[in-house]
Design a binder for this molecule. Structure first.
Ligand SMILES: [Zn+2]
Length: 592
């Protein structure tokens, strides 16, 4: 280990000295340049320079080889990929505010020559025809494949095609990286121009930032910041891409495109082998395993009914988990279950089987129940401003459960769970009718009145007003995959009575936080799809511009070589038990 470090720092010294002498690390060694200088005095210098150049070229070859290997490996990986884009308009005080949005969700089928994606959404057939591609130039329609180009450095990424210039060393999280500026030697269409961050152990690119180009009137390339995360076994995989254009001209400069977008990938290792591992473990153990069914106890009809319903519930949860749309049981569920428990205790609810919570890993705001399991989307948990608003959402779902609104027990039949992952949202139908919705709202209002949150509901009402305010422009963020739409027309329907007790919504008031940005609370592990609470420290806001309610934000991933992919240890369980009863999710970056 020491050896490696020593060699590396030696190499870095070489690089630094080369940079200070103003050399650019192009594909060819700078022999011709040095040859024109005074030959006699420079002989030993030349030798040093050549050795250094050779070392740097070797390093660059490794970087390129790693990147191309990743491109190959990605062809066999099929994580979920979600792209969410908000178009923007200029505004004097808020700088930019959203004017519309677009949404894509699919299973990645990575092939740089013909990138396709199997959509999980209805009515999206890909790949697109030539004609529809042409139309998009005029209407600027975003293509999911376009965002996938930003996962791996493309555009003929070879040493002969690009010039590399060493910039500096930099830490991204706990990972030391070498930073290079990269430029194509020829301005061919689709070549990458920008900066790469390379971790200093195996020379994997962990971040790259820039654009492909040059754009033409038929093709527009966006600027992006592409991040990878360590998933163990020396592997760094694409996890997050932030895209932004603040003033991109098109249609011969007559129109301006302004947008920001995020592409998230998760579940690289979901739905694989774990069951088989368990099976082999069972086979090994089978001699000692005893069947611990107590034969004296039969099941009463009520028990049998409950067991049958729980089976339908478990079937749906397991299937959605296998499709990586639902996070496995974990830390975030415990936070939600704490709040649910607060509501149950103060309302004397004794529900069997016990109420559980899960996280849907997608961004659109939604909540629903699967039997006795309450599910909230990642996007919804992100934007809820405080614990009282979270309690409001959970109270509505708890009301469905306490009122006996059932999950269709047809899901207890296992054949109904045998479908392809991309069909998940079409095969599982969990919508409620309007009477059940209204009844749940009434019941939930009762629960909240008895709860520890009764004096803090003004803020929950304020959140509902904030949704109203953005409902017209953020259609896709408010379009649920599985649950009921919370918005009808441009009005928040869910728990709408709470709006009456809320103060007036003032989007430009710095200290009125009605809703948070996307991505601030829940982190999703790209490998295992586990969800965990982000622990960012609260920050006092400088201006209303920084409130960014419901908005996509730039991201700085905290990179580390540690993974949480090992099975849960006792210490993490202890941490969960130590959480206070009123465990509020930490507001990321926002002072409450
Ligand atoms: Zn409902």
């Amino acid at each position: 280990m020491r050896n490696v470090n020593y060699k590396l720092s030696f190499l870095i010294v070489l690089i630094v000295s080369l940079v200070s002498s103003g050399l650019l690390f192009a594909g060819q060694s700078p022999k011709q340049d040095s040859a024109t200088k005074q030959p006699a005095a420079a002989t030993s210098d030349n030798a040093k320079t050549e050795a250094a150049t050779a070392a740097v070229n070797q390093m660059i070859d490794k970087i390129i080889a790693k990147e191309n290997a990743l491109g190959q490996a990605m062809r066999n990986m099929h994580p979920l990929v979600e792209t969410y884009v908000q178009s923007l308009d200029k505004d004097d005080e808020l700088a930019f505010h959203p004017t519309g949005d677009r949404y894509f969700l699919g299973k990645l089928d990575f092939n740089p020559e013909a990138i396709t994606q199997r959509s999980l959404l209805n009515g999206q057939s890909l790949p697109m025809s030539f004609l529809s591609r042409l139309k998009q130039v005029y209407s600027v329609k975003y293509l999911p494949e376009g965002f996938e180009q930003m996962l791996v450095v493309g555009g003929g990424f070879e040493r002969n095609n690009y010039a590399f210039e060493y910039v500096r060393r930099e830490f991204l999280g706990t990972v030391r990286t070498l930073v290079f500026d990269v430029q194509p030697k020829k301005d061919d269409s689709g070549t990458f121009k920008g900066r790469i961050w390379v971790e200093d152990q195996d020379y994997n690119i962990v971040r790259f930032n820039g654009t492909y180009g040059p754009s033409s009137w038929t093709k527009m390339y966006f600027h992006f910041d592409s991040w990878r995360e360590f998933v163990g076994m020396g592997q760094w995989l694409p996890a997050y891409v932030y895209t932004e254009e603040s003033d991109m001209k098109y249609l011969v400069g007559r129109r301006h495109l302004r947008f920001k977008g995020q592409t998230r990938l998760w579940g690289y290792n979901v739905g694989k082998s774990t069951a088989q591992d368990e099976l082999t473990a069972l086979i090994v153990e089978s001699d000692q395993v005893k069947d611990n069914v107590d034969e004296s106890q039969g099941m009463s009809p009520v028990h049998a009914l409950r067991a049958w319903e729980r089976q339908a519930e478990d079937n749906v949860i397991q299937r959605l988990e296998k499709a990586a749309v639902l996070a496995p049981d974990g830390e975030v569920n415990k936070v939600l279950e704490t709040v649910i428990n607060n509501l149950e205790v103060t309302n004397n609810l004794d529900i069997t089987p016990e109420v559980r919570a899960r996280v849907l890993l997608t961004s659109p705001l939604e909540s629903f129940t699967i039997g006795h399991t309450i599910v909230l989307s990642k996007g919804l948990i992100d934007v809820l401003p405080d614990e009282a608003s979270l309690a409001m959402v959970l109270a509505h779902e708890l009301a469905h459960i306490s009122l006996g609104h059932r999950l269709d027990t047809k899901y207890a039949f296992n054949d109904r769970m045998l479908f392809e992952d991309p069909e998940a949202f079409q095969r599982v139908y969990l919508k409620r009718d309007s009477k059940e919705e209204a009844d749940a709202d009434t019941k939930a209002a009762e629960f909240l009145k008895n709860s520890p949150y009764k004096d803090k509901l003004a803020n929950a009402g304020l959140f509902l007003k904030a949704v109203d305010q953005r409902a017209q422009v953020l259609n896709h963020l408010l379009l649920p995959h599985i649950g009921n739409a919370m918005v009808k027309g441009n009005q928040m329907q869910r728990m709408a009575d709470l709006k009456q007790g809320a103060p007036e919504l003032e989007m430009k008031k710095v200290d009125q936080i009605s809703a948070l940005p996307l991505g601030g609370r829940v982190r999703v592990d790209p490998w295992s799809a586990k969800a965990e609470m982000l622990k960012a420290k609260p920050v006092a806001l400088l201006s209303a511009r920084e409130k960014m309610p419901f908005e996509v934000t730039p991201v700085y991933l905290y990179l580390t070589r540690q993974t949480n992919n090992a099975p849960q240890t006792a210490s993490t369980e202890q941490q969960q038990q130590q959480q206070p009863a009123a465990a509020a999710p930490q507001a990321a970056g926002v002072k409450q």
